[in-house]
Design a protein around this ligand. Structure first.
Ligand SMILES: Cc1ncc(COP(=O)(O)O)c(C=O)c1O
Length: 424
């Protein structure tokens, strides 16, 4: 193995790295520049149990504005079904390794055959699976700022993440972003230039909550028509007018996506968000059966436990509950944002149940609120050190947050309100 500059340095931005024996790309498992190619220490909005222990807090004593889940869930029918079913024999029995009944029900809901569905131990599990199946030594475009697991999964699979600015965002430093600047046309151009194998796009986006329409998605797609597009719709059902790229996964011309030219598209959905099943872990993906088969071969057996499968089956009968609670959340969100504006803050617009709030120094505001047992998401790890992300909760809890935020004398820097400039 000779030492020489990586041929792909424009894309992965390394300086000098050992060449592997294949084709002159970096060898991520042989030599990895620690500050460049290691995944981030997983930082999420979910409870950090070690931090809670250190603070002497029980998870039930804390209010999580930091976790984007439906605070009205899970549906009562799911809790009852789990309580009724749990028995010694149920717990002792291995679950169906293929989650077949659940796949059939999910497939029917999306108008797809069961073999176009793969169920996972949460969507995060499926993101890593996809990265390992398709990302080794390949470039994956990740429209950023966004959920960190796409880049982490790609890096751990020995691939190369290329962070491209999402429309409505621009890069201010290597991994820091600010609202405004990039148009849809510029993002498409960046996709064309980077020519990735994989594209990860979160729609609606976490943490910023903007939502590309089918037309905008198709327009972007043309920038990398031969890539495998992974469209993460974990939060779609929180929007007022959800749509799904599920219609595109089987190829054909229905979605006007020319599948003949490329490997196509995978849709990710999470049931831990809208049905609030975070403790059970449940997510699924929709893809052409050939893709599902390949992923299934790589998935560890019994990934999805029996309780999660049962909960998923019952939750899928609760679409009215989901509609009713997400409608309520949109009202709660309007009230919370109005309350924050009244205190001098400038929440950014969103289509979902969480939003970004410019606060100047996100870490200090988060630490300040922790004392009140109110957890918000410091967005530094997203490349947004001046923003916190707040997921709306029921009105009495939002009132507590407002009260605490009103006490904070450190008033935020104002940010432009209109981020998304989708001029083609
Ligand atoms: C965009 C996005 N996708 C996927 C996930 C993971 O979801 P799950 O709990 O189903 O693993 C998250 C969790 O925060 C997320 O924000």
């Amino acid at each position: 193995m000779a030492e020489s500059p990586c041929k792909w340095r424009a894309a992965c931005r390394c300086d000098s790295i050992l060449r592997d024996s294949l084709d002159g790309r970096c060898a991520p498992f042989t030599v990895r520049k620690p500050d460049l190619e290691m995944p981030t220490t997983s930082i999420h909005g979910t409870p950090d149990y070690a931090e809670l222990d250190a603070l002497g807090l029980d998870p039930s004593e804390v209010i999580y504005f930091s976790s984007n889940i439906n605070p009205y869930g899970p549906p009562a029918s799911v809790v009852e079904a789990v309580q009724d079913e749990i028995s010694r024999s149920f717990l002792a029995r291995y679950p169906d390794s293929r989650s077949q009944r659940l796949r059939e029900k999910i497939g029917a809901y999306h108008g797809l055959p069961p073999d176009a569905v793969l169920v996972g131990n949460g969507t995060a599990d499926l993101i890593w699976l996809l990265a390992h199946a398709y990302g080794f030594q390949r470039h994956a475009a990740i429209l950023s700022p966004t959920f960190s697991e796409y880049a982490d999964g790609v890096i751990m699979a020995g691939g190369h993440p290329i962070r491209l600015p999402l429309p409505g965002w621009h890069r201010i430093r290597r991994r820091s972003y600010a609202p405004g600047g990039t148009t849809l046309a510029q993002t498409r151009q960046a996709l064309e230039t980077s020519s990735p194998w994989l594209v990860f796009i979160c729609n609606p986006n976490n943490p910023s909550g903007e939502y590309l329409s089918p037309g905008e998605m198709r327009y972007l797609w043309e920038g990398a028509p031969n890539a495998l597009w992974v469209i993460d719709e974990a939060y779609a059902e929180f929007t007022e007018d959800p749509w799904s790229a599920a219609q595109w996964v089987m190829g054909g011309r229905n979605g006007n996506l020319d599948r003949a030219r490329g490997p196509g598209c995978v849709v990710l959905r999470s049931m831990t968000k809208d049905f609030a099943l975070g403790g059970l872990r449940l997510g699924y993906l929709l893809a052409a059966p050939s893709i599902v088969e390949r992923l299934q071969q790589m998935q560890p057996p019994w990934s999805v436990n029996g309780v999660a499968q049962l909960a998923g089956l019952v939750a899928l009968d609760e679409m009215d509950w989901r509609e009713e609670t997400t409608t309520r959340l949109r009202r709660d969100l309007r009230d919370l944002q109005d309350g924050l504006r009244a205190c001098g803050y400038a929440p950014l617009p969103t289509t979902v149940s969480y939003f970004l709030l410019p606060v100047g120094d996100a870490k200090s505001i988060r630490d300040r609120l922790v004392v009140e047992r109110l957890f918000v998401r410091d967005c530094t790890s997203f490349g947004l050190p001046e923003h916190i992300r707040i997921a709306v909760r029921p009105p009495d809890e939002n009132a507590r947050l407002l009260e605490a935020m009103a006490q904070i004398d450190h008033l935020p820097t104002r940010q432009p309100d209109s981020r998304v400039n989708n001029n083609h």
